[in-house]
Design a protein around this ligand. Structure first.
Ligand code: G6Q
Length: 545
């Protein structure tokens, strides 16, 4: 379906013309209860969306658009195991990863096969393993306990657990060092292993396909490092390498005991939706099985909320529809995510993949090229660092950048007045962005005429405020699921497949062709464009010196 041809879209277009210049100052002045009316709580998170450039009518039209594109039916199709990832012929069942034990979910392509017992069986194996490592009963080749866990993976097999390990540092077993290696740049693996003792180091090779060049190159380097450090005995591999994968044969070919030391998942789990599968094994080792179950409970609470709440009170649907409002009507290109918690430093990077790999698409489910904007550029940094860097553009630049502010009522590291000062900044920024400071207000402060425009803040910059009590496993699960379903909502409105990622393929194919041209002793016959040919020749010259 072409969303721009729906009645709701056309109505939104006409409505937009009437509200495009309306200021948040006036919307708040006209309705003293706006801050309370445009706020909802769901899945353990509180969302204030009152500082958006919307009226009740906008909200009605946006939820009408969700109805008209069939969002409700698409949600049920996803949760019901329909093969909605049509270009890969797969169901999209990450919700089954956090479904309570005893519930029943089927992949529509395999009727009669309940996936929940499969999920629970792998979870239990992960739990046994995680406890062994945490308690010190998992011994290395020389009989020593494990102190270091290194996850080797990339993309969906890295960003989720890496982000979550940092987010949940206060819940982690501090005896253990948990690191992540992803980049094929040798610097990453070399620096990660530099100060580790191989006798106390365990590698988790995390790869759904077990064919990913970066991961296998890093895994082979790690394997060699381990063998060099432990006297070259190949038997050491079984005590120091485990795998998370769907490809048992390839895992076995690497030398990992696929029967005992591989933790599986399924093709209906997309990489960027997999942190709550066995891909989260390093995280489970860090925070323990109980913490991981809490995380899953948070995910599930948000799943339930998304599935049951009316759209006007539905956090993921609201965030998704507001994003459509700014992207497709105001013409905004980007969306900022600004966590006011140091431990969420990697959250914007995680969301970049979740959102941009899912909705960075230019054709519809039917393969037609779209003539409407799809996914935005997602970016961000933790507050307050961003305030001393790029917020200038948010406040006074020429572009409109909608932003999500994420904050918590309690700090996991309370110290003096740190947290109240952090949160004072958090509230101050959305207030300043919305209301700004007029020229008259600046003049009234006695500012010289020539500086008045410089010191004026136009305001009317939209933000969402997402607040939770504390950043714990349950809250993190809810937060991730919130954004997963926001992305889903937008994908449905735009009529695209949020679950494939063909756009990453071309570069991979070309890199495979170029690698031997860089390594050949004799000058290779190059058949690229003149720029790429010249760059390769220049690289080869520099490489020799
Ligand atoms: C995620 C993508 C992608 C994937 C990586 C790693 O949704 O599919 O980021 O996770 O390419 O793939 P493997 O897990 O197969 O190594």
């Amino acid at each position: 379906m072409n969303p721009t041809k729906t009645k709701a879209w056309q109505a939104l277009q006409a409505h937009f013309e009437t509200v495009r210049t309306v200021h948040l100052r006036d919307l708040f002045a006209a309705d003293p209860a706006r801050g309370e009316r445009f706020a909802v709580e769901g899945g353990g998170l509180f969302l204030d969306f009152s500082k958006n450039r919307i009226t009740d009518e906008t909200l009605g039209l946006l939820t009408g658009l969700a109805d008209e594109v069939g969002l409700r039916a698409r949600i049920e199709a996803m949760f019901g195991g329909q093969r909605i990832n049509t270009t890969e012929g797969r169901a999209v069942l990450h919700a089954a990863l956090r479904a309570p034990e005893g519930s029943h979910i089927h992949d529509a392509g395999e009727p009669g096969h309940d996936v929940v017992p499969d999920v629970q069986a792998v979870l239990q194996r992960c739990e046994v393993f995680a406890e062994q490592v945490r308690s010190g009963s998992w011994r290395g080749h020389l009989g020593r306990s494990i102190r270091n866990v290194v996850n080797i993976g990339i993309g969906g097999s890295d960003l989720g657990p890496a982000m979550a390990c940092e987010a949940l540092r206060p819940d982690s077993e501090r005896r253990l060092t948990v690191r992540f290696v992803s980049n094929i740049d040798g610097t990453h693996v070399v620096e990660a292993l530099r100060d580790l003792d191989p006798a106390e180091t365990l590698f988790i090779i995390c790869s759904k396909t077990f064919t990913t060049q970066e991961t296998l190159t890093n895994a082979n380097t790690a394997r060699q490092w381990l063998l060099d450090g432990l006297g070259g005995d190949e038997a050491a591999i079984t005590r120091h390498f485990v795998a998370v994968s769907t490809a048992a044969d390839k895992v076995a070919a690497f030398g990992i005991d696929a029967e005992r030391n591989m933790f599986g998942f399924w093709d209906w789990v997309g990489g960027r939706y997999s942190v709550d599968s066995a891909v989260g094994l390093a995280l489970m080792v860090a925070i323990g099985p109980q913490g991981f179950r809490e995380l899953l409970a948070g995910f599930h609470a948000m799943d339930q909320h998304f599935r049951t709440a009316p759209f006007e009170q539905n956090l993921p649907a609201l965030l998704g529809l507001l994003g459509v409002w700014y992207g497709n009507f105001f013409g905004c290109d980007s969306h900022a995510v600004l966590p006011y918690d140091q431990n969420l430093a990697r959250f914007p990077a995680y969301l970049q993949q979740l959102d941009m790999e899912s909705n960075g698409k230019r054709v519809t489910l039917d393969g037609e090229v779209v003539d409407w904007q799809t996914g935005p550029i997602v970016w961000g940094e933790p507050g307050t660092n961003g305030q001393h860097a790029f917020y200038q553009l948010l406040h006074q630049g020429t572009r409109l950048v909608p932003a999500d502010f994420l904050g918590f009522c309690r700090s996991r590291n309370p110290r003096g007045e740190h947290h109240d000062l952090l949160m004072a900044n958090f509230f101050a920024q959305t207030e300043a962005l919305a209301f700004g400071k007029t020229g008259d207000e600046v003049r009234a402060e006695g500012v010289a005429d020539e500086l008045v425009t410089h010191k004026t803040f136009p305001g009317n910059r939209p933000t969402n405020t997402i607040l939770a009590d504390a950043l714990d496993p349950r809250t993190l699960g809810a937060l991730i699921a919130l954004y997963e379903h926001k992305v889903f909502t937008q994908g449905v409105v735009w009529g695209i497949n949020s679950f494939d990622q063909w756009g990453v393929e071309l570069g991979k194919v070309l890199a495979k062709r170029i690698a031997p041209e860089l390594q050949a002793d004799a000058e290779p016959q190059l058949a690229h464009d003149s720029s790429t040919n010249a760059l390769i020749r220049r690289y080869r010259r520099g490489r020799r010196t």
